[in-house]
Design a protein around this ligand. Structure first.
Ligand code: ZN
Length: 308
């Protein structure tokens, strides 16, 4: 079946400042890596803006209004030390969430087997009532709740292999056993959450990994902890928080993975989606700050989705 690629030019126009690692160049690197002949069969779709009603499944209205009202007419406004708004940040964030919503709709409607959302700002640090860590709205969580509440899916999982813990997704899911969140992440590292003891209502699986631990502990964490828990949960849809900042070349962390690890984890999640979810899988870009590694890793990830 087809793989969809969702993106929008608005996502290039969110500008957190000249020296900020979460730059538009990241998305350009991903799109350039997905522009070769081998990606011709990707079906490219423009990401719509998310409706506020879709955001409301995760974020309180007052919080959404506060973020959108904070968007400056010119210059920059910092929400915290590393989360910065520019004039087009609100639009970018709405299109980023809208990409995941549209991808969920299309995959549930069987228009495609799976989808990748090449978007920014990323989402997994955005808690229901707090934007942080480069993230404004929680794209993956918004997509998961769209699948459950608009399409009636009974169990929806998010698997997060970004090098940072997705504190926002965990916060949105941790009291709701129809949702499942699993994460591998470097620990200790920003944002400081993600200890193995954080299990929600039995629906959260955190596997913290030591700096420099590399491929083998990562693969063991997935094989021995996360995949069995995913099997027990039996998701009807799998979303992936696909951050590529655990790559050995990434400047923000030290988990020393390679493209081969991203191929491997994507293959395992595709298998899991086929086992439980009729193959339904929606992946969305989170982190990844070395432009070359990011492009190569995202391309490796999407290649596996196209073979699914
Ligand atoms: Zn990250």
């Amino acid at each position: 079946m087809t793989t969809l690629l969702y993106t929008h030019t608005a996502c290039l126009e969110h500008d957190p400042g000249t020296h900020h690692p979460e730059s538009a160049a990241r998305l350009r690197a991903v799109l350039a890596a997905l522009s070769g002949a081998e990606f011709e069969t990707l079906e490219r779709r423009e990401a719509p803006e998310a409706a506020i009603d879709d955001l409301l499944r995760v974020h309180p209205r007052a919080h959404i209004e506060r973020i959108l009202a904070a968007v400056p007419r010119a210059g920059h406004v910092a929400i915290d030390a590393d989360t910065v708004l520019s004039p087009n940040s609100g639009r970018a964030a709405l299109h980023a969430a809208g990409a995941v919503i549209a991808a969920v709709d299309a995959v549930v409607a069987r228009e495609a087997g799976n989808a990748f959302c090449a978007v920014r700002p990323p989402g997994h640090h955005a808690e229901p009532d707090r934007a942080m860590g480069f993230c404004l709205f929680n794209n993956a969580a918004i997509g998961a709740l769209r699948a459950r509440d608009a399409h009636g899916l009974r169990r929806v999982a998010v698997v997060d292999f970004d090098v940072h813990h997705g504190n926002g997704t965990q916060a949105a899911f941790e009291t709701d056993d129809s949702l499942f969140y699993a994460s591998t992440h470097q620990y200790p590292l920003y944002p400081g959450t993600g200890a193995a003891s954080e299990i929600g209502v039995g629906n959260i699986v955190n596997v913290p990994l030591r700096p420099m631990s590399g491929s083998e502990p990562f693969r063991r964490a997935i094989s021995e902890r996360i995949l069995p828990a995913l099997d027990d949960f039996r998701p009807e849809l799998i979303l992936i928080s696909a951050g590529f900042d655990a790559h050995r070349d990434d400047p923000l962390a030290q988990l020393t993975l390679s493209e081969a690890d991203y191929i491997w984890i994507t293959e395992r999640l595709v298998e899991s989606a086929h086992r439980h979810a009729e193959g339904r899988l929606v992946s969305t870009l989170e982190g990844g700050y070395d432009l070359t590694a990011l492009g190569a890793s995202a391309a490796a990830h999407v290649r596996v989705l196209m073979d699914a």
